[in-house]
Design a protein around this ligand. Structure first.
Ligand code: DGY
Length: 382
């Protein structure tokens, strides 16, 4: 680690917080400085390894903000605790890279950044859906390579999605927002698979369907199905939004891909290992009308051999949450988690809207601490 990679803000701060990547916006830093923190930021774009993080934690560190590219396990939580660490926040909503039970064992609250990624990520899933359906990347490449010789009836035929069936696997915040965007925008029917029924989504789309009918349009439906297989085989587009854990690792494998329609579209903005990427490469090779839109990969930043050569796959580098508003919002929430705990504030209830933290008078609370219950942290009292 080169010392020049690190930038220190507010060197006279009484508490010390490390941040393993520079974050967008200015507000997150103001929040930490207002909590009397000296803030040490790694300015390098390289992934910060465990040794480097331990070195940075050093002998005195009150809190840390880490990235999804790092593995936060027992080693780091033990080092953080020994250095006096009282809180860690992931700069992400997904925290499959964080061993929360280790953090809990060491008494370290773990924060994440829900709520501010929802629309941004759902919009990227919609973008990938249509980029795949309408072959945008192939067509763009065709234009740039000077191959366009004039309009043709059969040039780049894709799939019409209006009125088709969209399948959503994992129908929480982001999945249900994507479902609404597709249903409202393109009058698609929705089928979904999730452990829990999403009554709010079903009611919302039932009401929307009535509105359509009252305007003389065809109704739409929204149904929860019992199995992943039923969802895959019923849908023209499948978008994946589960968390990554042991139950969702390689959820989409060779056998399940074979149950999908030959011209289906598969979109993944969740986590790469939800798909067996090698099986997807083989499936896309054998089924040229099948298309995929991928934001995440099994071995990021690598791709499985052959993936990048497939014309029926659209690939982007894990940017589904990459809008300025969202990334600045994530920084504000991560900093508020750390500052909130260091200030001794209570924890904001999970069911409550997170947006007040983005406003001018943020609540005196830590916005999202995933192990608050296990650690017996006080809830926000208002
Ligand atoms: C998250 O926050 O989990 C996202 O993957 C970041 O884009």
């Amino acid at each position: 680690m080169a010392a020049s990679d690190w930038k220190t803000h507010n060197p006279s701060g009484v508490k010390r917080v490390i941040v393993t990547k520079e974050l967008p916006g200015a507000r997150w830093l103001e929040i930490l400085m207002a909590a009397d923190c000296r803030v040490d930021v790694n300015m390098s774009n390289d992934v910060t390894g465990a040794e480097e993080i331990k070195e940075l934690i050093g002998a005195g560190c009150d809190g840390a903000i880490g990235q999804l590219t790092e593995t936060w396990g027992d080693e780091l939580f033990s080092a953080l605790r020994k250095a006096g660490g009282k809180v860690f926040s992931a700069y992400a909503v997904g925290y499959n890279n964080v061993d929360v039970s280790s953090a809990t064992k060491h008494g370290v609250p773990v924060g994440n950044t829900p709520g501010v990624l929802t629309e941004t990520t759902a919009e990227m899933a919609v973008a990938l859906t249509f980029a795949a359906a309408r072959r945008i990347v192939e067509a763009d490449d065709f234009m740039r390579s000077g191959k366009y010789q004039g309009w043709l009836p059969g040039l780049f035929l894709g799939e019409l999605l209006s009125g088709k069936t969209v399948g959503v696997i994992g129908c929480g915040r982001i999945g249900s927002t994507y479902a609404k965007m597709m249903a409202e925008g393109f009058k698609t029917n929705i089928v979904y698979f999730d452990k829990y029924p999403n009554e709010e989504l079903e009611k919302y789309l039932a009401d929307y369907s009535k509105l359509l009918e009252s305007h003389g349009k065809a109704p739409i439906t929204c149904r929860r199905l019992d199995t992943v297989e039923e969802t895959l085989s019923a849908a023209d587009v499948v978008s994946l939004h589960p968390i990554l854990d042991d139950t969702t690792f390689h959820l989409i494998n060779k056998e399940r891909l074979a149950t999908m329609k030959k011209n289906a579209i598969l979109v993944n903005t969740s986590r790469g290992p939800v798909i067996d990427e090698q099986a997807l490469v083989a499936h896309c090779r054998e089924n040229p009308d099948f298309r995929a839109g991928l934001d995440v990969f099994e071995d990021e930043p690598e791709m499985k051999p052959g993936l990048k050569d497939l014309p029926n796959v659209v690939i982007v580098p894990h940017i589904a949450s990459a809008t300025r508003w969202t990334r600045e919002g994530m920084a504000i929430l991560a900093a508020s988690n750390v500052a909130g705990i260091l200030n001794g504030y209570g924890v904001w209830p999970e069911s409550k809207d997170i947006s007040p933290f983005l406003g001018d008078n943020p609540p005196k609370a830590a916005p999202s601490i995933v192990n608050a219950g296990e650690l017996g942290l006080e809830p926000y009292a208002g």
